[in-house]
Design a protein around this ligand. Structure first.
Ligand code: SF4
Length: 331
């Protein structure tokens, strides 16, 4: 670089290192899904995963990158394989942004120059770890994603997903304007205490109130028009019709998009995946109860049930789910 002074170049050489994250494994599926495993640091077990998921919708084609924020996780959600590994350490901003760099660069190698801006279009901080427990590094990384001199991503296309660290949700609202997703997974405190133990510290009433404050913060100019609700479907655990009804009541004053996620079992997982029929039936219950509440005027939220973004092999199920979304919009 000759457009900066020699003195600055010398300093940069002393204090900076430019290198790509080490990819120890990568897998590119036929459906376009790409997965990378990165080694961070020297430990053999210091591995994190990043997944890029392509999708088509009415706004065009999207490539959503799911980024990790920690090696392991301390929160020990009972359905989560990362939680079973325990917590090792926080990722640094360069290790977080490095995941985006690799995903973008993987397209540079094979896409004509004119199309290169169509690489990663969306980021979700939803990989390994709880991003709000690595707050400073995650905030710094998201600022780089939004910065016009860096990745210049739209604030609507960067989403932070949390299991519910309530004080940090309020801090996030002050510090940056990005979309928010909540790993809900249970519609009542008793069940959520079991599935997402941080609920014992920040129960649902506090979490929903924090989400409402987050949306209210900057009005219509922000990307905060709704919160995305993530709900993993666990067979016989959280997939009963009454759970759907409880969810409606819980979220009735919170503009929400709901993702129903088929559980992906891992070795020794204590749960199974809800059947396709069960998931569709759950979604139908959400619709029916919502219609009833609309009729009696006891519902004021804005709802949209959206299909789950899934990797290979789940297209058929998702298309069925999408059918119901269209019906919902027709109401
Ligand atoms: S917070 Fe996320 S990564 Fe951590 S254990 Fe829970 S689901 Fe897994």
């Amino acid at each position: 670089m000759t457009n900066i002074s020699g003195k600055l170049r010398e300093k940069l050489e002393r204090i900076c290192e430019i290198k790509a994250p080490e990819v120890v494994h990568r897998n590119y599926s036929k459906d376009g899904t790409r997965k990378w495993v990165f080694r961070v640091g020297d430990g053999a077990g210091s591995l994190v995963e990043t997944v890029l998921i392509p999708a088509e919708d009415k706004t065009g084609s999207r490539k959503t990158l799911c980024i990790s924020s920690q090696v392991g996780c301390a929160l020990d959600c009972s359905f989560c394989s990362t939680g079973k590994q325990g917590f090792q350490r926080d990722l640094t901003p360069d290790e977080i942004i490095g995941q985006l760099w690799v995903a973008n660069y993987s397209y540079m190698e094979e896409v004509p120059v004119a199309e290169r801006e169509r690489s990663v279009t969306n980021v979700v901080m939803m990989g390994m770890g709880e991003p709000l427990l690595n707050y400073d590094a995650v905030l710094s990384s998201m600022n780089i994603m939004l910065d016009d001199f860096a990745y210049g991503m739209s604030k609507r296309r960067v989403t932070l997903s949390t299991s519910g660290v309530v004080p940090k949700i309020d801090q996030l609202a002050q510090d940056i304007d990005v979309a928010l997703a909540i790993s809900l997974h249970a519609p009542n405190d008793e069940l959520r205490n079991e599935l997402v133990p941080i609920n014992k510290k920040y129960p649902l009433a506090q979490l929903i109130a924090a989400c409402q404050r987050y949306i209210a913060k900057d009005g219509n100019e922000s990307s905060r028009k709704h919160v995305t609700i993530e709900y993993v479907m666990l067979e016989g655990v959280n997939d009963h019709p009454e759970h759907a009804q409880q969810m409606i009541k819980l979220l009735k004053n919170l503009p929400s998009k709901i993702n129903l996620i088929p559980f992906n079992p891992f070795p020794h997982a204590p749960y199974g995946r809800s059947s396709r029929n069960r998931i569709i039936s759950f979604q139908k219950t959400l619709h029916v109860v919502m219609i009833l509440m609309l009729r009696v005027g006891s519902w004021s939220g804005k709802w949209q049930i959206v299909p789950v973004v899934q990797s290979s092999g789940k297209r058929k199920l998702l298309n069925v789910v999408r059918l119901f979304v269209h019906k919902l919009k027709d109401l």
